[in-house]
Write a protein that binds this ligand. Structure first.
Ligand SMILES: *Cc1c(COP(=O)(O)O)cnc(C)c1O
Length: 364
């Protein structure tokens, strides 16, 4: 007897490995493995969520109209050119399924965000990875990887897990070098954390043509990773496609209410950004002082480079004995590195203290 089988390429997909959240036998754990904001859930979003309990029998507004209006007002964008999703992962999946497929391939950079490969393979596309320079996307290599069958190019900017960022001029050069029928997806999950003046999250390129999309999320600085809510800003034709293919009620009533409240939380994003701009360098310098290489990052995390997979593994195990959970990134081809989220002041101090002790021990 034969059993039901998926398309053969499905078995080539390695399931996404998320950040772990507990260590057996350790009471208090400090989770720095998923780049969640340092300050928890915005209080207004918690209240909005609690107020909704009696409404949960109702279907959500499938068009997320109030939320799209709030996002539009906040970012100065036309709500008609916004589509919301159950996290930006949802949007990435829909883009791959709609624009990718067999014979319709995808290009990403070597250490780009892993969901592109998962969703792209699921769609039936071949996913090509372009080499990077100093763990940074290389526009020339991305362009060189494009073939006649390429339909989508994904760029996380800043990128997870490397933290690297391309300035606007480079992203514009990428767009200009791509065929007009290739959809460029700029994943700006960490946009709120970037302070560099040469950065643009993607709005300029979306507005400049009909073939660039920007994705954003409420999972990072807005503190709503558990609610699953993200959005895309896109040209009208892409919005039309997304609205045809997405699940009609993809964003729950609770997610919509929490996101609207998070947008209204006074000073929330500024607080998260300022904290990150203060503590990311403190974390980086602390690790460097301990003898660990730290790659430059524009996100709310750093990539710590231990030189060898063995040292990275031992460092991870050492931190775990102290209840500190960071993210191994071997799945990204970076087994010698650990990705560490910028937590609270206390959490940053604990990581630095832990890795300083580890390095002292591993030298001695
Ligand atoms: C965290 C992250 C996302 C966000 O995913 P959600 O589905 O919105 O939680 C998207 N892209 C990158 C690069 C990320 O790091």
């Amino acid at each position: 007897m034969t059993s039901p089988a998926p398309r053969p390429e499905i078995r080539r997909i390695s399931p996404y490995v998320g950040g772990e959240s507990s260590v057996p036998g350790v009471n208090r754990t400090i989770k720095l493995s998923s780049n969640e904001g340092a300050f928890g859930v915005p209080p207004g979003a918690q209240e909005a969520f609690a107020r909704l309990a009696g409404e949960l029998y109702r279907y959500p507004d499938g068009g997320a109209e109030d939320l799209r209006r709030a996002i539009g007002a906040r970012f100065g964008l036309d709500p008609a050119r916004i589509v919301c999703g159950a996290g930006s992962d949802d949007i990435i999946y829909q883009l791959c399924l709609a624009y990718g497929g067999k014979g319709r391939d995808i290009v990403m950079s070597a250490h780009g965000f892993s969901i592109y490969q998962i969703a792209g393979t699921y769609a039936g596309s071949q996913v090509a990875k372009a080499p990077e320079r100093n763990l940074t996307a290389d526009v020339d290599a991305l362009l060189a990887a494009v073939t006649a069958s390429t339909r989508l190019v994904f760029l996380a900017n800043p990128n997870n897990p490397t933290g690297s960022m391309l300035p606007y001029e480079e992203v514009a050069r990428l767009r200009a070098g791509l065929p007009s029928d290739v959809l460029l997806v700029l994943d700006a999950a960490y946009a709120e954390y970037v302070a560099r003046p040469d950065y643009d999250a993607g709005v300029r390129l979306v507005d400049a043509g009909d073939n660039t999309v920007m994705t954003r999320t409420f999972s990072k600085v807005f503190g709503l990773g558990g609610m699953r809510i993200g959005w895309a800003y896109a040209p009208p034709a892409v919005i039309d496609v997304l609205n045809r293919v997405r699940a009609p009620f993809n964003v729950s009533i609770a997610a919509q209410a929490a996101a609207i409240a998070a947008l209204a939380e006074p000073g929330w994003v500024e607080k998260g950004r300022d904290h990150n701009l203060t503590y990311r360098p403190i974390l980086a310098r602390g690790l460097e002082a301990a003898g660990i290489k730290v790659w430059p990052s524009e996100g709310n995390f750093v990539l710590a480079d231990f030189g060898t997979p063995e040292t990275a593994k031992a460092a991870d195990a050492f931190l775990r004995t102290r209840g500190v959970i960071v993210r191994p990134v071997g799945g990204y081809g970076l087994p010698h590195c650990l990705r560490i989220t910028v937590g609270t002041a206390e959490e940053v101090a604990l990581v630095v203290e832990g890795l300083t002790a580890f390095m002292a021990g591993s030298r001695g």
